[in-house]
Design a protein around this ligand. Structure first.
Ligand code: ARG
Length: 491
């Protein structure tokens, strides 16, 4: 009775898991596979109004902005369909080099170093660098920044600009432009170097800040489209850009996106602007949609991690020396290195080593399965050792062979005893799943960050995400204790 139920449950979960995997993990296309007339553009949608995600009012987080409109115009003009992929800014050039995209638009400046790795179109928009500070800080010129703490976006041209142009400043490089604003507000840095178009939006939404433009050239803050080296698309793209400059299309888009900024995010008049909590509130549906990804991810990894953990545990108690050594070495490696590092390795090293462009979600599932297998194997080993020795002796003296003894007598008892630990492990998995946001999986945490970037707010969306995780963990705990009670009864 007890065993049949188990079998059914495992079969059910297995079917579910496998269909989820087939449905979700394999939907990945590289440029080479994509047939017909479609171009893939890669961007870093953290840079309003160039590119950002629209999340409020029922929007599903589509990427919109100045760059997106230009890309749509050009591809339509050339007779292509357009698909947009999102990544961190530092992931853009690698995406072009590995053939994950045909071109990139991300408010990207054609610097000499970048030109060694990718080709650029003509410049389509010239911006200026500005100094963003608290109102009245009186830091309006580059010279006034000497000896101050100055923030920049990591890997951006502003980082280079600040290093070259500001004498004696302490440069602080952070991942996202929004982080810089937050650091100014908390007085951790005195100023940040940010492009004027971006600065405008932030100032409109943060009335305690101001910005002052500093002299900079087009090479320092102009934007161009990037292509893989030797791409045949550069010429046709330049042609359309030229045409857009002449027929006033670019100017119209500049008006649409750069003037009257913050217009769709917050009212110009601070008194009419919604509070940041109201703003975050409206984004809850968008953040909550990440629950599906988060749960899917946890379920699949927990399931395979459990199976793999059983295998490793059997290896560990086995009398076959090599199996024994393998399982021990394996566990020590996976427990001895940070999970975040393992994820990055699997995601970035796989395409380089094997040529397979592994989708982020799959990379995450594999890493989590391998990692949690290591932990679970120890738990299971403990569970097996805790089963009364007499059981084993009785089975052996009755002539029950090793395999059925393990499968039918020892393991079911072991699993029952370690159920609380397994629930623990699943909870850890659920929360750690947020680490996949670093490789671009749009889970709960990543969605919260997207909202923050779009709405110019910081910790409110994170609080929403925290609440969601907490509720999920509570549900898991509740489910775990229900299962436990049921198993106790069926014993
Ligand atoms: N123009 C700067 C650069 O090329 C910053 C661009 C940042 N873009 C973004 N989508 N985050 O480095």
């Amino acid at each position: 009775m007890f065993r049949k139920k188990w079998l059914m449950a495992i079969l059910f979960i297995a079917t579910l898991v496998i269909s989820l995997i087939i449905g979700n993990l394999t939907t990945n296309e590289t440029v080479a596979q994509n047939s017909g007339r479609k171009l893939i553009m890669v961007t870093s949608a953290d840079y309003p109004p160039y590119e950002f995600r629209k999340t409020g009012g029922g929007a599903g987080g589509e990427i919109i902005g100045f760059d997106v409109d230009i890309a749509k115009y050009i591809t339509r003009e050339l007779g292509y369909e357009l698909e947009i992929k999102d990544t961190d800014f530092s992931g853009i050039i690698p995406a072009l080099q590995s053939g994950r995209a045909n071109f990139a638009m991300a408010g990207m400046t054609p610097t000499p170093e970048r030109q060694k790795n990718v080709d650029f179109s003509d410049i389509y928009y010239e911006a200026k660098n500005t100094i963003v500070t608290k109102k009245g800080a009186n830091l309006t010129t580059l010279a006034s920044l000497a000896g101050k703490k100055v923030g920049v976006q990591l890997g951006s041209t502003q980082e280079k600009f600040a290093k070259e142009k500001i004498k004696g400043a302490k440069i602080v490089a952070l991942n996202k432009t929004g982080d810089l604003i937050q650091e100014i507000k908390s007085n951790r840095i005195n100023a940040a170097i940010i492009e004027d178009t971006i600065a405008k939006g932030f100032i409109a939404n943060n009335p305690t800040l101001e910005f002052n433009t500093v002299p900079s050239s087009a090479e320092e803050a102009g934007s161009a489209i990037a292509f893989p080296k030797g791409s045949p698309l550069v010429q046709p793209f330049n042609k359309v850009l030229q045409q857009m400059k002449q027929n006033g299309e670019i100017e119209a888009l500049v008006k649409k996106w750069f003037e009257n900024q913050g217009g769709n995010q917050a009212a110009e008049d601070p008194a009419n602007a919604p509070s940041s909590f109201e703003t975050a509130w409206g984004s809850i549906p968008f953040i909550a949609q990440g629950i599906i990804v988060t749960l899917q991810f946890t379920l699949i990894s927990a399931f395979f991690g459990f199976l793999w953990g059983i295998v490793l545990a059997l290896f560990k108690i086995s009398t076959v020396k090599p199996l024994n050594l393998f399982a021990k070495g394996y566990t020590s490696v996976f427990r001895g290195t940070p999970l975040l590092l393992q994820i990055a390795l699997v995601y970035y090293a796989t395409p380089q080593l094997t040529g397979y462009d592994i989708p982020a979600l799959l990379a995450g599932v594999i890493t989590f399965t391998l990692n949690s297998g290591a932990y679970i194997s120890e738990t299971i080993r403990g569970g097996i050792l805790a089963v009364d020795k007499g059981q084993r002796e009785a089975a052996l003296s009755l002539g029950v062979p090793y395999q059925p003894m393990m499968k039918d007598i020892i393991l079911p008892q072991a699993v029952k005893n370690i159920l609380p630990s397994l629930v623990n492990e699943s909870i850890a998995l659920l929360k750690d799943s947020s680490l996949v946001s670093t490789i671009g999986v749009v889970d709960v945490l990543r969605r919260a960050q997207i909202v923050g970037a779009e709405k110019y707010i910081y910790f409110e969306p994170l609080l929403v995400a925290g609440l969601i995780y907490y509720v999920l963990v509570m549900l898991l705990t509740w489910g775990g204790s229900k299962l436990e009670r049921r198993l106790q009864r069926s014993a």
